[in-house]
Design a protein around this ligand. Structure first.
Ligand code: ZN
Length: 73
């Protein structure tokens, strides 16, 4: 099952959250979720608009470098 990835606001690095889920479950996700960031060891909150599934095309777009571009609506 793919991990959910998000971007650390402190370091701008892509970091894995503690969650893993299928794409269908991720699409149905709502609300805010907290995790301890492995990059800066702080607690961050993320929502679906801030995160993406490991291996999804969004990862490639994010790697090109568009800070905050993944935050949609
Ligand atoms: Zn962080």
């Amino acid at each position: 099952m793919p991990r959910i990835l998000t971007k650390c606001p402190q370091t701008a690095r892509t970091v894995p959250t503690v969650l893993r889920m299928r794409e269908a479950a991720f699409e149905a996700l709502s609300g805010s979720h907290a995790f301890r960031c492995p990059a800066c060891n702080d607690i961050h909150h993320w929502e679906k608009g801030d995160a993406w599934l490991e291996g999804s095309p969004v990862v490639a777009a994010g790697a090109v470098g568009a800070p905050g571009a993944a935050v949609a609506a």
